[in-house]
Design a protein around this ligand. Structure first.
Ligand code: 5AD
Length: 416
């Protein structure tokens, strides 16, 4: 251990992780997540986990290797861009834009498989699975695409109390086995900076998990207090890198304010998860290419891009949703542009195809989230319509584990 950074033995590999807890000593068995040691565990627990994975791990890796071999592109320019990405030379903005417009079937397949192979080379088969708790659907904003916008008077609003939120977190971590939690809400001023910090602190006291906050532009004071209370990640999308489009969609808001907020959180030390919506009206391929570059520039450790899905109670009700391949191309191009990133498959992608999650993984993605919002609130967190009727969380987890098993991925952050 040196300067708060510990060396960990991960199935024989040497990895480094920040020590975010005073109780950790050299030689301890630990859970590490998102580059941080989140919890010390007993030797007995470690032995059980290691015994499970020792058997399962090589088999999963073999399966992943089999499923993630790249096929050559038909177009010479694409083959060159891919080869350069594998050599550590990222594509230019123009090249990203061209990748987003690839149409030839062999080239599309080459793009996805290259992104998937690059994912495996850089990050092996690890897959992040975060639990998300959506604790309030009140929002002071009126985003043109969003179902929980202030002026949607048809929506029944809810807010969870501090103790309900802490209880939901306790359940996700200590019963379901998650090691990373995302606390999300609309921009709801009902929760003061002090209350947000209190929620984080109480969760950290009870739960050995990394806490991400996703509460929008809550203000510098709130981010400082949440950081002090132990939150370590911030999920906040910039939605689009085009300032004019941003202003059109967000009445009374400016892109610059959103970016300032993201940069402020990054400066405090928060791991940043950010990205945007795909398929907004008037959004060009050049603009999406810029979104990828902006995500890189913001130093994001996690890319969060998902399709825009029209919601009937919004001004964009009659606008088209994008094609599944538009989203997959963006995920794949993101992987070539930032080989080491965590790239999320969002639940919105599953609105475009039943096997959207699997397809996202096969196009370079390696993370997803499962909502553990209490059942009585889940349906009311109505960002976009037709969120899949959620099964029991336990069943959701089982299905996710089955998918990961089928494609040879190992969840890094939920229990075995
Ligand atoms: N379709 C898809 N995603 C949406 N979001 C909000 N509305 C929609 C929609 N109609 C996303 C926004 C926001 C996140 C919490 O939900 O990108 O950042």
């Amino acid at each position: 251990m040196k300067n708060g950074v510990a060396e960990i033995d991960y199935f024989g590999e040497r990895k480094h992780a920040l020590v975010d807890s005073p109780e950790i000593r050299a030689g301890d068995f630990v859970y590490a997540q998102a580059g941080m040691i989140v919890k010390k565990i007993s030797e007995k627990e470690a032995a059980a986990v290691l015994c499970h994975w020792k058997k399962a791990f090589p088999e999963l890796r073999r399966k992943d290797e089999e499923l993630s071999r790249r096929t050559p592109a038909a177009a010479e320019w694409l083959e060159q861009v891919i080869t350069r990405s594998f050599q550590g030379k990222p594509p230019s903005k123009k090249e990203i834009e061209k990748m987003l417009g690839v149409e030839d079937a062999a080239d599309v397949a080459a793009l996805y498989s290259a992104a998937n192979e690059l994912r495996r080379r850089q990050l092996k088969n690890s897959c992040c699975v975060h639990a998300i708790i959506e604790f309030s659907n009140y929002c002071r904003n009126d985003c043109a695409y969003c179902g929980i916008r202030k002026s949607n008077s048809a929506l029944q609003r809810y807010r969870m109390s501090v103790s309900e939120i802490v209880e939901a977190a306790d359940y996700a971590v200590n019963k379901l086995g998650f090691k990373a939690l995302v606390l999300q809400s609309g921009e709801d001023e009902h929760y003061s900076p002090e209350t947000l910090a209190e929620i984080v602190r109480k969760i950290r006291e009870k739960c050995g998990a990394v806490v991400f906050v996703s509460v929008g532009e809550a203000g510098e004071d709130a981010y400082e207090k949440m950081w002090e209370a132990g939150a370590r990640g911030a999920l906040i999308r910039f939605e689009t890198s085009d300032p004019a489009l941003y202003a059109d969609l967000h009445e009374g808001q400016e892109l610059k304010e959103r970016l300032d907020c993201i940069r402020f959180a990054a400066k405090l030390g928060f791991l940043i998860a950010t990205g945007g919506l795909i398929g907004l009206p008037g959004q060009s391929k050049a603009s999406l290419a810029q979104d990828i570059l902006l995500t890189k520039e913001l130093g994001a450790e996690m890319f969060s891009f998902g399709p825009f899905i029209p919601h009937s109670q919004t001004p964009l009700a009659s606008h088209q949703k994008p094609a599944l391949d538009d989203v997959l191309k963006l995920l794949a191009a993101s992987r070539l542009a930032e080989p080491n990133a965590k790239i999320l498959v969002t639940t919105a992608l599953e609105k475009l195809a039943a096997d959207g999650r699997r397809k996202g993984f096969m196009a370079g993605a390696n993370s997803f989230m499962i909502s553990t919002t209490p059942a009585k609130y889940f349906g009311k967190y109505d960002l976009y319509p037709g969120k899949p009727q959620r099964d029991e969380v336990v069943e959701e987890i089982r299905k996710a584990q089955q998918l990961l098993q089928e494609i040879g991925r190992a969840p890094t952050d939920f229990g075995v």
